[in-house]
Design a protein around this ligand. Structure first.
Ligand code: HEC
Length: 129
């Protein structure tokens, strides 16, 4: 009777231990996703501007600069990523810099400025997401 109880107790402790270990393994670093969600947010703001045909020069520039700043966190957020990934992150920063420097003042120029940016987002997502 006592042996059976000990076996049950041992099994219970084992199961609880496994659950805790699995949980710890699932708890991953939230920063990479946070950086991407933030870039997604600013990209979405620009889409909304185009959709509403309300492409204000200052607002466009603000969103592009936010994207640029957030993109500069990619290397720190993905420190273990391979070199081709880091190269794509560099391409994104260049594309965003060009877009911000072009200072799009209306919707057609904003759409044109975002095209090369979206291309890099897509290229990296196809390979690494
Ligand atoms: C250098 C590679 C790279 C580039 C460039 C890149 N991404 Fe990502 N993105 C990723 C990876 C990797 C993930 C998956 C991250 C994760 O789940 O931890 C991701 C995920 C995302 C997600 C989903 C986040 C979530 O889980 O809800 C969004 C939104 C996103 N990226 C937006 C963008 C936008 C917008 C751009 C361009 C302005 C961009 N990304 C450019 C690598 C990249």
């Amino acid at each position: 009777m006592r042996a059976a109880l000990l076996i049950v107790l041992g099994l219970a402790i084992g199961i609880i231990g496994t659950v805790f270990t699995m949980r710890a393994l699932n708890e991953r670093n939230p920063l990479p996703q946070a950086v991407m969600v933030t870039m997604g947010f600013h990209r979405h703001q620009l889409s909304q501007a185009v959709k509403g045909q309300h492409c204000d020069a200052a607002a466009n520039l603000g969103q592009l600069q936010h994207l640029q700043m957030t993109a500069s966190d990619i290397p720190a957020a993905f420190p273990d990523a391979p070199q081709p990934f880091q190269d794509l992150a560099g391409h994104l920063r260049t594309a965003l810099q060009t877009a911000a420097l072009s200072a799009p003042a209306d919707c057609p120029s904003l759409i044109a400025a975002l095209k090369p940016v979206d291309q890099v987002c897509k290229e990296c997502h196809q390979q690494y997401r």
